[in-house]
Design a protein around this ligand. Structure first.
Ligand SMILES: NCC(=O)CCC(=O)O
Ligand SMILES: [Zn+2]
Length: 272
């Protein structure tokens, strides 16, 4: 998967603005890890520097972040584990809530609890309110298991070392569980919901569109980017036509907007 250094962010943001993109979502790949994910909240942590670089370059573009631990734990899990290797819910909520505050302090407009650990959205909301960041929004991820995440995990060095990261993600055979979780998150203070993987959650998007007023954002994940688009060897451009068709369908189904790694390529394609 393509990545940027912090130094490359300003140019990408300027191009995004010129092409009419109004928001970006940032993921940070940390090389420093420990058992508790504390490198995500040190002063000048990678995500905070990335957010600051983006907002300094283009203050009008909304910046969304991810609050999660898979890029910061030595296990590669999205949550802190206790000495028995079991998820430690309280510790996970504590550190991801501090991430939310750190991202907001760096200028983020929307933070995205992504571990699916119950309580992390509520925790982030309370921590943001207690630190004067009432206007920062929360967009939690609602996630079906999928092999489409493999490319992201490989790129981010976030493949769990043992077992799988399905603990809190939802079995794709249980759509009602996905819907219940999404509605519960709205009850916990989510301002909007991110649904992933985009292409395999169109049915629950349609259902949720009828059941909540919260804006719904399908997230087209790494496997969708790598399998539905490719660089055309003749033109050197990324052929994004299949992705455009996917996002057109999702818009029909009720998506507010879709999130994609191909945003710049699609905007270039549409502006051609
Ligand atoms: N929490 C980060 C993701 O879910 C990314 C998935 C992907 O792009 O494959
Ligand atoms: Zn994660």
């Amino acid at each position: 998967m393509p990545t940027l250094t912090v130094g490359q962010i300003p140019a990408a943001m300027r191009e995004a603005r010129q092409l009419g993109i109004r928001s970006v979502k940032v993921f940070a790949e940390s090389t420093q890890r420990d058992g508790a994910g504390e490198f995500s909240v040190v002063p000048d942590a990678l995500m905070a520097r990335a957010v600051r670089a983006a907002k300094d370059a283009e203050p009008e573009i909304a910046v969304m972040t991810e609050t999660c631990l898979c890029s910061y734990t030595d296990t590669g899990f999205c949550y802190v584990t206790d000495r028995h290797g079991r998820p430690d819910i309280a510790a996970t909520t504590d550190v991801t809530s501090r991430q939310a505050v750190a991202h907001a302090a760096a200028g983020a407009d929307i933070v995205g609890p992504a571990s699916m650990v119950v309580g992390t959205s509520k925790g982030a909301r309370e921590a943001l309110n207690a630190s004067g960041h009432e206007s920062v929004s929360i967009m939690p991820h609602v996630i079906f298991w999928s092999s489409l995440y493999d490319g992201f995990r490989l790129t981010m060095g976030a493949t769990p070392q043992a077992g799988s990261d399905r603990e809190f993600q939802i079995n794709p055979g249980k759509p009602e569980q996905f819907i219940d979780t999404a509605l519960q998150l709205v009850g916990d203070g989510a301002d909007m919901l991110l649904l992933e993987p985009a292409m395999f959650s169109a049915d629950v998007l349609t259902e949720l569109r009828k059941r909540t007023l919260a804006p719904l954002f399908p997230f087209s994940v790494s496997g969708e980017y790598t399998t539905l688009s490719h660089v055309d060897s003749a033109t050197g451009k990324r052929d994004v036509r299949r992705l455009v068709e996917l996002f057109t369908m999702l818009k029909r189904a009720g998506a507010e907007a879709s999130i994609t790694y191909a945003a710049l390529d699609i905007a270039r394609h549409l502006n051609d």
